[in-house]
Write a protein that binds this ligand. Structure first.
Ligand code: SAH
Length: 342
């Protein structure tokens, strides 16, 4: 059975109609649910209805088992415990354009990227739509900071949890709910081509972020197993189709790893590969992961790489690192916590 916070407004309306309730109750209930209210607080709903709902659709509120706030930049990192005891991370970042949450889409990940902490223990399970929504909702409630932007860049591969992610997007975007604009949402993928094509057909106004991290198969094969299924040319063709279908510029993520993908010739090759594709490149100095020997590029290497791209006409920025003092790198909080509990 679907969780009540995973139901769309029409689904709630149908459910309430079956219970003999008037049509206007659906909007009331949906509004309450998407403010994070418990049934007791839903003061404009009849008591008998609230009791029936409480019995049939118990509400679980995720518990913050860790909450780390950066003294430097106001970043807050949450570790949430889900109903079944699994934990996921959410990071709240404060940018000049608004408060942004980075949410997880899965517990663990099966993509196996060599530099990523989230994949070390494999995939435990996919998140339900309301578990993604709850990360946005309860981060907002807990912090008291209104959330305007979402990035699906936490633990997990969103396109490996396609149906649930799509439902989450429609929930969080709904005017009667959190009403977060699609233009304020980024979805990041390691490059699952058939799912990129499926997403293109949805014609959503979100930003697709593609974790490229290499200009060619020789390099990408060594750090991203997904590249064996969908090599760089195939991936970039899918990006071109995505742009043709949506007119949305693609954002490419490029984690800079010393001696692996950060030479000037890599930048020049990337430039050639991206020609003709409206794109933005986000250079991210690698975050160190304890279990991995990979090191971040030097500041000079990053600057030179960026210069080659911008001189070639590709917009490229270096991602500011936030939360450096709270060890906010991808998947590390959950991993450290899970190791402590074991
Ligand atoms: N699975 C999705 C989204 C989650 S990862 C994806 O692959 O895009 C979010 C981003 O963080 C991805 O670009 C990922 O490659 C990057 N990333 C993972 N580990 C990192 C690390 N140690 N340093 C820098 N970026 C990292």
């Amino acid at each position: 059975m679907k969780h009540i916070r995973a139901m769309t407004l029409p689904e709630l309306a149908a459910m309430l109609e079956n219970m003999g309730q008037p049509a206007f109750r659906a909007k009331q209930l949906y509004g309450w649910l998407h403010q994070g209210a418990g049934y007791q607080q839903m003061s404009n709903l009849p008591k008998a209805l609230r009791e029936t709902l409480a019995a049939q659709y118990p509400l679980y509120i995720p518990q913050a088992v860790r909450r780390q706030a950066s003294q430097r930049d106001g970043t807050i990192k949450y570790l949430w415990r889900l109903a079944d005891g699994n934990c996921v991370e959410t990071v709240l970042m404060r940018y000049h354009y608004g408060n942004t949450v980075c949410i997880s889409s899965e517990v663990g990940c099966r993509m196996g990227c060599a530099f990523c902490a989230s994949t070390l223990g494999g995939l435990v399970r996919r998140l339900e739509p309301q578990e993604m929504l709850d990360q946005v909702l309860y981060t907002q409630l807990d912090s008291g900071l209104p959330i305007s932007h979402i990035v699906l860049m936490g633990i997990g591969e969103p396109l490996d949890n396609y149906e649930n992610v799509l439902r989450f997007l429609s929930l969080v975007n709904s005017p009667e709910g959190m009403n977060i604009s699609m233009r304020h949402i980024s979805l990041s993928t390691c490059g699952i081509v058939p799912k990129i094509d499926a997403l293109a057909q949805e014609k959503l106004q979100l930003t697709l972020s593609v974790s490229l991290h290499a200009p060619n198969d020789a390099v990408r094969d060594t750090i991203m197993p997904i590249n064996r299924a969908y090599p760089v040319d195939i991936l970039l063709d899918a990006c071109r189709r995505y742009y043709a279908a949506t007119s949305r510029r693609i954002s490419f993520e490029y984690a800079m790893i010393q001696g692996v993908n950060d030479a000037p010739e890599h930048a020049r090759e990337l430039l050639q590969r991206l020609k003709g594709l409206p794109a933005h490149v986000n250079l991210i100095p690698l975050n160190r992961v304890e279990e991995s020997p990979l090191k971040p590029s030097t500041r000079q290497a990053v600057a030179e790489f960026q210069r080659i791209l911008t001189d070639g006409g590709i917009s490229a920025t270096v991602r500011r690192t936030l939360g450096g003092d709270i060890d906010a790198s991808c998947g590390q909080l959950r991993r450290n916590y899970t190791k402590q509990q074991a």
